[in-house]
Design a binder for this molecule. Structure first.
Ligand code: C2O
Ligand code: CU
Length: 464
């Protein structure tokens, strides 16, 4: 690939460099930056205090990265933060070295330094990127943004709307982020739940729409622990894709849509409200609806009501086959407040729950707390893997597998939708299956980020 640095070196070797009108900064390779800095933003409504956050590109969410399916994404991550960091491309089937998991796939990038991410995107869909070092703090401080991969042929919609759902735990006085990111309570219970909920970094996100207009809503749950229950008001809608992967057939939205941390949903919605009314994406809490995104209806779109949308084209090489000969794994989740975990292996030694709690660790996978030198399992590239996931805790968890999507295997043997994050409620058991086609060391953790930091983090090695 042509690079300015390569060009100048070649020109220098030819002895003409001195004659070129070169500015010093022309020697910097032509790479787009993703710059993380401490920023002060108006997160709360006007008239309230500003909030100091950690930001990609100066705002929250970070800049939308949007490319066409099959293209190359190159970003120089520049760390202007007071803490080491790294960037993970959630749901993208990257090469392992580009997965951005500090301590597993790369060293954390120290303050003042940079790291060049460079990968191709095979799959169209709605993805996101976020910090993956001390994530419970860094993502909660605001380090995330949307990563949108356009289909080769764009679906027939009037508008494409990206909605990043988030929550923030703010001090009532002063509006700053509550500075305890390792709270024992958050870690041992449901995680860091915010007291201020935002869409695209705003308290009351609003965009005008027209009657009969067809919108594609890309919902991204970027919060650290909140499960969003969502409903459509004055829209007729269909779920088109989950976690970036298209459903074989659009599914009419007839009940609340649950979105766990890390999960995404692509909807197509038709505005059914009349001129002068409002349509909403609503958040449901205790049977009451709250506006998560508001669409005041102004005017009538030229097209009248349409029929159900065509499904999105499937992404390549996504079949989960070989289930009968699959390698069988187990993931028993245990621990937390009101749980039954008595002891687990902590730093190589059996520790009682009390001892774990003293180390601010509360959870275990298969009786082991957190990251270990050896993976949960080592599997051969191409092998089909089944994992029985049981939630023997009093809380929901959102298990995210890096590098590969999986399907739920239902009791009758049928397969669920492709996902990269599994929402599992207290007492539930699931079986998931995936083809280990992506070599490398892949993180497998709860996306309730306080849980990941206090025991719910492991990894799977796919051997080439
Ligand atoms: Cu979205 Cu390991 O994370
Ligand atoms: Cu969890």
């Amino acid at each position: 690939m042509f690079s300015r640095r390569g060009f100048l070196t070649a020109a220098g070797a030819a002895g003409v460099l001195a004659e070129l009108p070169v500015r010093g900064d022309a020697l910097v390779p032509d790479l787009m930056e993703l710059h993380a800095t401490v920023k002060t933003v108006q997160l709360l409504p006007p008239d309230y205090p500003t909030t100091r956050i950690w930001s990609y590109g100066g705002g929250t969410p970070g800049p939308e990265i949007r490319v066409a399916q099959g293209s190359r994404v190159q970003r120089r991550f520049v760390n202007g933060l007071p803490q080491a960091s790294s960037v993970h491309w959630h749901g993208i089937r990257t090469a392992n070295s580009m997965d951005g998991v500090a301590g597993l796939t790369q060293a954390p990038v120290p303050p003042g330094e940079s790291f060049d991410y460079d990968f191709f995107v095979r799959d169209a869909g709605t993805f996101w990127y976020h910090a993956h070092n001390r994530s419970a703090e860094q993502v909660a401080r605001g380090l995330h943004g949307p990563l949108i991969i356009d289909e080769k042929t764009l679906p027939d919609v009037d508008r494409d709307v990206v909605l990043v759902l988030d929550d923030w735990l703010l001090e009532p006085e002063g509006g700053q982020l509550y500075p305890e990111f390792e709270s024992r309570h958050d870690r041992s219970h449901a995680g860091r739940l915010g007291n201020f909920i935002s869409t695209n970094g705003q308290s009351a996100w609003t965009q005008a729409a027209k009657r009969h207009e067809r919108l594609r809503l890309r919902l991204i749950n970027a919060s650290s622990a909140r499960i969003f229950a969502l409903a459509l008001v004055n829209f007729e809608g269909w779920v088109m894709a989950l976690d970036g992967m298209p459903l074989p057939a659009p599914k009419a939205v007839t009940e609340d849509l649950l979105l766990g941390p890390g999960q995404r949903a692509d909807l197509i919605v038709d505005v059914s409200a009349g001129d002068g009314e409002e349509a909403f994406l609503a958040r449901i809490e205790d049977n009451r609806g709250y506006a998560q995104a508001t669409f005041p209806v102004r005017g009538v779109s030229s097209t009248s009501r349409r029929g159900p949308p065509e499904p999105f084209p499937p992404n390549p090489a996504m079949e989960v086959t070989g289930l009968d000969a699959a390698k069988q794994l187990r993931l028993d989740m245990a621990g937390g407040a009101m749980g039954s975990l008595r002891s687990a292996v902590l730093d190589g030694q059996q520790a009682g729950f009390r001892q774990m709690a003293e180390a601010n660790q509360f959870w275990a996978f298969n009786g082991t707390v957190g990251m270990t030198q050896t993976p949960l399992a080592s599997v051969a590239q191409g092998e089909t893997v089944r994992v029985s996931v049981s939630n023997d805790t009093a809380f929901p968890h959102a298990m995210h597998l890096h590098g590969m999507h999986f399907r739920t295997v239902h009791a009758d043997g049928s397969l669920g939708h492709l996902r990269d994050t599994l929402l599992s409620f207290a007492g539930e058991s699931h079986e998931i299956a995936f083809v280990a086609d992506n070599p490398g060391d892949w993180a497998f953790h709860c996306h309730m980020l306080s849980h990941a930091a206090s025991g719910m983090m492991t990894w799977i090695r796919v051997q080439a």
